[in-house]
Design a protein around this ligand. Structure first.
Ligand code: FAD
Length: 825
């Protein structure tokens, strides 16, 4: 059995101990710097509001499990969740609309919710000012976590099951041999461990530093205050009414003014996110374990009333009954924020056996703990954790400057209405491709991802709109879907399908894997047969042992022992490089993304362009589809890969970064007479979808298998080697899928959806949209959706968009060039 040490006895650490115990693990020690009866971390004073609904399926699923779990932790006839429901109110028309979108998220992820009128809000919540509220969203299963109590009950129940708790003892170091942890040190002893999980909350940065792992979280103070007794509530017999719990009204959110509320018996609790960000360095708080009580603990800083003033004024407006109260008690409580708002979860990249589960809200705590226990015991979790993985952050996103700035922005924007395509304001220009200045000259609209500046369209192409054939003219969009979008995209799509376009593919991850062990490694980890001769490209999946998809990659065999891997996300590469390191045989992995650059040259006239700048043979016979070879373009040594995400003839042309500008200029100049333009990511995404190409992480995750996701073509049945997930695939291939990723087209040809909307079949919600775009070639919006398998081709469904039902039809796919004529000639 494994010896596990969990650092931190907050709501996450204690839940993890419990989840491991329930899976039969026995050798578990929890080390906590504070006293166990009140450790003094964020959990010790968390007011415990659990609003489950978010735009993220993962986060919502983690919250739903947390609610169930808290309801199951019971003592003396009382469990640890007070299901008073949640009410989000709108005081502006924009918020009222936003609540419709949030209602859509709840429906997509299977959380019951209801849009309610202003009158119903008042019935449900009589304290509300009727002149302010326009309407609301009610979620009956939301409520209050009794987090501190749950922590104590979990300590009690896991102690009985044999978990050792060591309180008032800080972990001061992590012991390791080579790349593996061996134990933790404390002032008194060394505790041996095979697995260490840091559940240290906002002290995560300090714990990570002990092993050289950057933990991208920032502790920030957040104001929480309690009023004096509300006269109308005074003496209310709350105990008999609600089973010993001190709140009866729904938890309340007033996001227009960054506020939330709950009852504490006769008092009100008010949480405020509208104040200036107040960053903290946890190490500066010291490892205080003395004198911890209700009012004194490291995570509780002195209240700064001047920062709370606007909150108090607004509160008295929204809840006039509180005008007769004062602030009785307040504090600035500390918890973690991250660059993208998600938790930090998973194994450290450089150290086997060191795991983290931090920046986790009470709301998601049990869900995250269960996922960690599943990963430790089986290697995979039932809820996809891709968007929570520590490895989702690229190096540049791990710098303190980046973490500080982006996490503070996240605090500021926490209740804002955010458009899914809204570009980050700052920091920008962290990573630019060698083509950047050329793209600026063409008026590129850049959107950042992973620190990269990526052109979405080029203003220089605006004049093409005047020449667009009628059937290519962009349709008018509603105001929301028109945001961060340009009609120019239609022109770029048109040029790609009818002439030729160049796309900057530099930011896609490229990874070199070489050495005598490379073939074996790739055979063992992927569904493809990569033993084919050098010069070939293979599309393959990375699976977990359950057959769930954990990535999709392009493997190009450059020589006997050298491969180039093309991947969409940092998480896929982190997995490959970890496995490369683990494999005993000689194999080396190297990320070459930033040292190289790449142009996708695609369109029916791509060959005309390339043959004017290269003397190499780019004919179909000499250079067939899905092949790779070295070539020279205007004197520049390049690697050309014959593949295309947009579904047109062409190549990805890569070279090392110093040749970038010359490569761009050469192709751009040579292409002019063939009608070449530079085109951006927006056209790319639309064309990709017409061709039915899925994106890992959005369209499919580890929750899906290749058969239901429609990517079983990446499984090479004739491969004789064993690989991760093969056994599960044998089983799955015998089963009829119960759900499928389907292609929908929107019937009216113009109503846009953007992704994550719920899909209805015969009036019932049955699935959700993954990706959507306007299909310029098919002249209709397209959306991919997860649907029950019985909803078959040709059938009608409805997509709910801001409360409006849009008719759509399940279409045969791919919509564009199913015979591959454009690609194979
Ligand atoms: P913690 O509870 O902080 O536990 C980490 C533990 O690790 C601590 O006990 C600490 O002492 C210990 N530790 C750290 N370093 C070491 C070391 N070196 N050695 C040994 N032990 C160590 N969340 C919600 O979901 N809903 C809310 O309404 C809500 N409201 C909040 C209001 C306020 C004012 C604050 C401050 C937070 C709120 N949160 C809320 C956030 C929530 O409280 C936290 O995200 C959550 O409690 C974190 O749990 P945790 O177990 O990860 O961390």
């Amino acid at each position: 059995t494994h010896r596990v040490v969990i650092i931190g006895a907050g709501i996450v650490g204690t839940n993890l101990a419990d989840e491991l115990v329930s899976r039969g693990w026995t050798d578990i020690t929890v080390v906590e710097q504070g006293p166990l009866h009140m450790p003094g971390g964020s959990t010790s004073h968390a007011p415990g509001l659990v609003f489950q609904t978010t735009p993220s399926k993962t986060m919502t699923s983690l919250a739903r499990y947390t609610v169930q779990k808290l309801q199951s932790i019971e003592k003396d006839g009382q469990n640890c969740f007070n299901q008073v429901g949640g009410l989000e109110v709108a005081t502006t028309p924009a918020r009222l609309k936003e609540l419709k979108r949030r209602h859509g998220f709840a429906t997509s992820w299977g959380i019951e919710s209801r849009l309610v009128s202003a009158e119903e809000c008042l019935q449900m919540y009589p304290h509300l000012n009727k002149d302010l509220v326009l309407g609301g969203l009610h979620i009956p299963t939301d409520g209050l976590a009794l987090a501190a109590r749950a922590t104590q009950l979990l300590i009690e129940r896991t102690s009985k099951a044999g978990v050792r708790y060591i309180g008032s003892t800080p972990v001061t170091g992590i012991q390791r041999t080579d790349n593996r942890v061996t134990g933790v040190t404390t002032p008194d002893a060394t505790i041996p461990a095979d697995i260490i999980v840091s559940c240290a909350g906002f002290w995560g940065v300090e714990l990570g530093a002990m092993v050289g792992v950057s933990i991208p979280l920032l502790p920030l103070a957040h104001q929480y205050a309690k009023t004096s007794a509300v006269p109308t509530l005074k003496g209310r017999d709350i105990n008999s009414r609600i089973n010993g719990l001190n709140a009866a009204l729904p938890i309340l959110r007033h996001q227009d003014q960054d506020l939330y509320y709950r009852e504490h018996g006769e008092q009100y609790g008010i949480g405020y996110y509208g104040h200036r960000p107040m960053p903290i360095v946890a190490a500066s708080l010291g490892l205080t374990s003395k004198n911890v009580d209700d009012k004194n603990m490291p995570s509780r800083l002195e209240f700064t009333p001047e920062d709370f003033d606007p909150a108090w004024k607004e509160t008295q407006r929204l809840l006039p009954a509180l005008q007769q109260t004062q602030i009785a008690d307040g504090f600035n409580g500390i918890f973690s924020f991250t660059p993208d708002g998600g938790p930090v979860f998973g194994q450290a990249p450089n150290l086997d056996g060191f795991y983290v589960a931090e920046a986790v809200w009470v709301t998601h705590s049990a869900g995250v703990a269960r996922a960690m226990a599943e990963v430790l015991t089986t290697g995979r979790s039932q809820i996809d954790m891709g968007e929570c993985e520590l490895s989702r952050f690229e190096d540049v996103q791990l710098s303190r400057a980046y973490v500080n700035e982006t996490s503070q922005r996240n605090f500021v924007e926490i209740y804002d209405i955010l458009h899914p395509s809204q570009p980050k304001e700052s920091p920008r220009n962290l990573r630019t491709s060698p083509f950047y200045s050329r793209q600026q000259d063409l008026g590129a609209f850049f959107v950042e991802l992973g620190g990269w500046e990526r052109p979405f369209w080029y203003e220089a192409n605006a004049e093409l709109l005047n020449f667009l054939p009628a059937e290519w003219k962009p349709v008018e969009r509603d105001a929301w879907s028109a945001k961060f979008h340009s009609p120019i995209v239609a022109a770029e799509a048109w040029k790609t399908r009818n002439a030729v376009a160049m796309y900057d593919m530099t930011s896609f991850h490229r990874f070199e894997m070489s050495g005598p062990g490379a073939v074996h490694l790739l055979q063992r980890l992927t569904t493809g047969d990569i033993s084919a001769k050098p010069g070939t490209i293979t599309y393959a999946l990375l699976l977990n042992s359950d057959g769930g998809i954990r990535g999709d990659i392009f493997v190009s065999r450059l020589s006997d022992q050298a491969f180039q891997i093309g991947a969409n996300s940092a998480t896929e590469l982190a997995y490959l490089s970890r496995e490369a390191r683990r494999q005993g045989q000689w194999v080396q992995g190297r990320d070459i993304t930033g040292s190289t650059c790449c142009i996708g040259l695609w369109g029916p006239r791509a060959r005309d362009v390339i043959s004017t700048v290269s003397t190499d043979d780019f004919s179909n016979r000499a250079f067939p589809y899905f092949h790779v070879k070295n070539a020279t373009i205007n004197g520049i040594p390049v690697t050309a890969l014959r593949k295309s995400y947009v579904g047109e003839l062409g190549w990805e042309i890569q070279t090392s970064a110093e040749y970038g500008p010359r490569l761009w200029d050469t192709i751009f100049q040579a292409g002019k007479i063939h009608g070449l333009i530079a085109a951006g990511r927006a056209a790319f995404n639309a064309l990709r979808l017409e061709k039915g190409y899925r994106t890992y992480g959005t369209d499919m995750t580890s929750e899906h298998n290749p058969y239901e996701a429609g990517v079983s073509n990446a499984i090479r049945a004739s491969k004789w080697e064993d690989y991760v997930g093969r056994y599960a695939l044998d089983r799955l291939s015998q089963q009829v899928p119960t759900r499928r990723l389907r292609c929908l087209t929107i019937d009216d040809g113009r109503s846009m959806v953007l992704g994550k909307e719920p899909v209805f079949y015969r009036g019932k919600p049955v699935g959700y949209i993954t990706t959507a775009a306007f299909g310029y070639t098919v002249r209709k919006p397209i959306a991919y959706a997860w649907l029950p398998a019985q909803v078959s081709q040709g059938q009608g469904v409805e997509v709910e968009y801001f409360g409006r039902r849009i008719k759509a039809t399940v279409a045969a796919e791919p919509l564009y060039d199913p015979d591959m004529k454009r690609l194979l000639d």
